[in-house]
Write a protein that binds this ligand. Structure first.
Ligand SMILES: [Mg+2]
Length: 242
């Protein structure tokens, strides 16, 4: 079971710090993790999402899958993931520039992560979006090591390397030695970055998009909201034989 965090396990809120996991959802996840492999694949920093979920026995892939830790909390240190380290100085420099530039802009929130830096503008004034987009694109265009991505009320800089939630999902399926003949990987996500993971599962698993109001998606199924997600997870947990 592969799960995005924001918009899937918790509703989208005005400030990312406010997206806390409900006790009911944590209990369902804990139960599920005793019966099957569970991995959270989030755009958040790994430390942040791990703290918010608060469970051992679960894999965490933060920064859109650039930073993966195992169920014991130890980094999944491999050649594949290790090569992302070289992008950290560029991201730190970009973070400093962004923080300096947006200081004093009300409602704009910078979220530094180990392998990305995000600028949130959900609470910002009208007109902030184009200013932030201009700023982030200028920094991204001036450094070949970085690329700009977007999501729900967010602009983000990431390493300019072919890696995304889909690649992280493939990596986890291999690492967990999931036999696709006898197992069905399921991925739940809500945002554009989750589409890469849905694409990976076409023909080999099940993609479920959450709260997208019938917009096009590569997922095979859709759920209305995070309450429906919790109910689905509870049903699966009840039916899976450990
Ligand atoms: Mg999400």
């Amino acid at each position: 079971m592969f799960l995005d965090y924001d918009g899937v396990l918790t509703p989208i809120v005005s400030h990312p710090d406010l997206a806390t996991l409900s006790i009911a959802t944590r209990e369902v996840l804990e139960d599920l993790a005793t019966k099957t492999e569970v991995a959270i694949i989030s755009g958040r920093d790994t430390t942040d999402v791990r703290e918010k979920v608060g469970l051992n026995g679960v894999w965490y892939a933060g920064s859109h899958g650039f930073d993966i830790v195992g169920p014991d909390g130890a980094p999944a240190d491999t050649e594949t993931l290790g090569r992302f380290e070289q992008y950290v100085p560029a991201l730190e420099a970009a973070t400093d520039m962004i923080v300096t530039a947006v200081t004093g802009m009300p409602g704009v929130h910078v979220e530094p992560k180990r392998f990305a830096v995000a600028v949130h503008f959900r609470e910002a004034e009208d007109g902030a979006e184009s200013i932030i987009e201009g700023l982030v694109r200028e920094i991204g265009d001036s450094d070949v090591r970085l690329v700009v991505t977007t999501g729900k009320k967010i602009f983000e800089l990431r390493p300019a390397v072919e890696w995304d939630k889909g690649k992280a999902l493939e990596w986890l399926i291999q690492r967990l030695e999931i036999d696709l003949e006898s197992s069905i990987p399921i991925y739940l996500g809500d945002d554009v970055t989750d589409e890469d993971a849905f694409a990976v599962l076409i023909g080999s698993g099940i993609g479920i998009v959450v709260g997208r109001d019938g917009e096009p998606s590569r997922a095979s199924y859709a759920l209305e909201d995070t309450d429906e997600v919790r109910r689905l997870l509870a049903r699966l947990a009840a039916e899976i034989e450990p």
